[in-house]
Ligand binder design. Structure first.
Ligand code: ADP
Length: 398
């Protein structure tokens, strides 16, 4: 079956068409600046040239219409007609406590996702708009919703509760949810597969280090803790998000800088993280690595602090699981930054970790980067959230 995977943001939409039998990506692309002046679609068929077209996209329905037009284009398209697309898989950011699994989308599901809008006001409404636009243009194609939070719903109460008045949990469902669940699930399973060991017997820590970053603890095939919280702001230092801070800093800054809560939240989400910590050198680890090699003090501080926080979470999750068998690095930074992996693993001597430096320099493959015989195995597993969504969709649609 050919599955269209859609990841819809407020002004952008990423898509991939995946053949579920060969698990090959047939075409992929991105619509940008939806509803804004200068919108454009980028489309790349497998093995073909990338094409970029600037064209008006007043709304998401028009964006999806252009995606479907590109996929069926007689010259560069990869399907003859839309009938060849058997199902659509939508990434949905927040499923609250309602969704511990992916689901087939129907009216009831749409209403339940809408109820989670409060928990993810930037993401869920955009996801819903994308789903509605798709349903309008492909009314008879089955669609699945795959939630970023679902994999983490197995966390025990002691991991997901905050030390806040219990009434806030009862009234507003304030608790840890966690995100990147599709990636944590895919990578942890894949690690077990590559090692040829039963998933249900392993204690795995996944470090998803991209622009957004999170760590999760997966014990016997179930997530038992993760670093993102009610929102993706908690946990590791990220590209531009602060991660964990003393909550009193918010009030302190409000007074000192004369800022509103909204303005401070913008600082914490958009101006902090490695961007802020490096005194605006960059949010991109390629620049930070270059800076580190030049001896730039902003880059050195940032690389060291970022890595220290990752190592601290690994320590915490080793304690949470009473041990760890496998530690996986994934996503843009986790897959491509050997220096970060080196810095993090320098803290893991107590787990018997010793890196194989040659393996650690490789890219783009599932690989063990510890020397043979280490008590704890460290791996790099490239994530593939789109493939995971396509698999889930096929499982549900049958
Ligand atoms: P997201 O999906 O959260 O936007 P990604 O997982 O694509 O993020 O990761 C993007 C980040 O990966 C970039 O901001 C950059 O810091 C990092 N990255 C990508 N390629 C490299 C590389 N070759 N070396 C170091 N870091 C890289």
């Amino acid at each position: 079956m050919k599955v269209l995977v859609i990841n819809c943001g407020s002004s952008s939409l990423k898509f991939q068409l995946i053949d579920s039998e060969s698990e090959q990506c047939l075409a992929k692309g991105l619509c940008e600046r939806i509803g804004i002046e200068g919108s454009m679609i980028t489309y790349t068929p497998d093995g073909g040239e990338k094409e970029k077209t600037v064209t008006p996209m007043p709304d998401h329905t028009e964006a999806i219409r252009l995606v479907l037009e590109a996929l069926t284009n007689p010259k560069t398209g990869v399907v003859r007609s839309l009938d060849e697309i058997g199902a659509v898989g939508h990434r949905v950011v927040h499923g609250g406590e309602k969704f511990a699994q992916s689901v087939i989308i129907d009216e009831e599901v749409m209403a339940a996702v809408e109820e989670c809008n409060d928990l993810a006001p930037l993401h869920n409404p955009a996801n819903l708009i994308g789903i509605n636009a798709c349903r309008k243009l492909m009314p008879s194609t089955p669609m699945a919703g795959v939630f970023d939070t679902a994999f983490h719903q197995t966390m025990p109460e002691e991991a997901y509760m905050y030390g806040l008045p219990y009434a806030y949990y009862q009234k507003y469902k304030i608790r840890r949810y966690g995100f990147h669940g599709t990636s944590h699930s895919y990578v942890s399973r894949r690690a077990a597969e590559v090692l040829g060991k039963p998933y249900e017997d392993l204690k795995i820590i996944v470090c998803h280090l991209g622009n957004g970053a999170s760590v999760s603890a997966v014990k016997n095939g179930k997530c038992v803790d993760t670093s993102m919280g009610l929102t993706p702001l908690e946990g590791l230092i990220m590209g531009t998000r602060s991660g964990d801070i003393d909550p009193a800093i918010i009030e302190f800054l409000a007074h000192k800088e004369g800022k509103s809560i909204d303005e401070i939240m913008t600082v914490l989400n958009k101006k902090s993280g490695v961007l802020g910590l490096s005194d605006n050198l960059s949010s991109d680890f390629r620049d930070l690595e270059d800076g580190y090699h030049r001896g730039d003090e902003n880059a050195v501080r940032t690389m060291k602090t970022f890595s220290y926080h990752v190592a601290k979470y690994i320590g915490a999750y080793t304690a949470a699981m009473n041990g760890v068998d496998v530690i996986c690095f994934t996503a843009g930074v986790g897959e491509n930054a050997p220096l970060v992996r080196n810095f993090v693993c320098e803290y893991l001597g107590y787990l018997g970790v010793e890196l194989d430096q040659e393996a650690n320099r490789k890219r783009g493959e599932d690989i063990v980067i510890t020397v043979p015989g280490c008590r704890t195995t460290v791996m790099v597993i490239p994530t593939n959230e789109e493939l995971a969504i396509a698999r889930e969709t096929v499982r549900l649609v049958g």
